[in-house]
Design a protein around this ligand. Sequence first.
Ligand code: NAD
Length: 397
Amino acid sequence: MRVFIAGVDGYLGWSLAMYLARRGHEVGGCDLYLRRDWVAEMGSQSATPIKRMTDRLEAFKDNFGRNLEFKKGDLCDYNFVLNSFKAFQPEAIVHLGEMPSAPYSMMDVDHCRFTMVNNLMGTLNILYAMKETCRDAQLVKLGTMGEYGTPNLDIPEGYFTIEYRGRTDTLPFPRQANSWYHQTKVHDSNNVMMACRLWGLRSTDIMQGVVFGTRIDEMGDDERLVTRFDFDQCFGTAINRYCAEAVIGHPLSPYGLGHQLRGFLPLRDSMQCMTLAIEHPPKEGECRVFNQFEEVYDLSELAQKVKKVAGTLGLNVEVKNVENPRKEQEKHYYNPDHKHLLDLGYKPSHDIETEMKVMLTDLLRYKDRIEARREALVPDIRWDGTRRRVAFLDQKA
Ligand SMILES: NC(=O)c1ccc[n+]([C@@H]2O[C@H](COP(=O)([O-])OP(=O)(O)OC[C@H]3O[C@@H](n4cnc5c(N)ncnc54)[C@H](O)[C@@H]3O)[C@@H](O)[C@H]2O)c1
């Protein structure tokens, strides 16, 4: 299949390109290298030393025996998107090309506006360019489990059937985002749903849990193929940050009470799930929703698991909760469905502790790169719009 990855230079995008190539798909993609700039803006760097795109493309050809048809450009530029699709003629488009950080979007009005414009315009351009050039292609659009928020109800996969005043209908399940970034995903979901309804496009809207991991098997031992791995307050996510903290002896730092519940999945499973969606497209006009995660975990429980696995590698780390810079429920009900991908054949790869051991072993090689940006680990972006470094809870006056 011909698969175009929007955002192919990113954490998931670069991994997916290799995963698909290994399975015989033709891969194309675009990026504007924005993630590299955002992480630098946060005073940080990828723990893994990622290569420039020219070196990545050469390594791709050497390892997979085919070219990745790459174009540098902005998804917010409609002509760029249109011409990319005309040239590549995709059968599937995987849209990963958005600004993916909640704290980055909450920093101030400029970062909020940038996130809204970048994410919403890019998606609208993709929808219009699909309508013009490849109406039968499938869109695999990355959303997030964070779109649903934490309602005191079970969370279905996108839609639920509800009875109200004696009438019954199947409707989108309410979304209640808790950051401007998550809100862009909610708006995107509505826009994608409407494009499917009005124009007959087909889409899989993936509500993805938090991804963790340093590698997929396709990277092998070629260092030019490593994907990025961020640990700073904006672009590092829970388990990835805990593992980075562990290798430099920084306390693992759950936010607040630390009993927030979230769905997680390893990088290799994220690849498996997106590929299942790509290879089993929806019907014309269908906008289906998959909740994509392996298991729900409590954030403190995860920190304890990282501590335990780090101990087996001789790393002695402690868990110390910090003030929560976010506004979110710290203890809540959470029971989302995740059946659709299992029905398509999703098989979770490793148990979580095995994956953590792989991560910690990989990260120990890059310990100096994390140590050099230690300051970037400590959050100071708060949901009330101020910037103040968080304190450990046991040190708070
Ligand atoms: N990583 C996770 O844990 C996770 C969880 C849930 C959802 N997601 C979603 O999956 C997608 C990919 O996530 P990721 O972790 O790989 O993020 P990433 O930032 O590493 O990748 C996104 C890529 O898109 C590019 N991009 C952004 N805006 C662009 C534009 N206007 N034009 C061209 N390129 C642009 C960036 O430069 C970057 O390389 C995002 O939409 C994210 O919201 C990720």
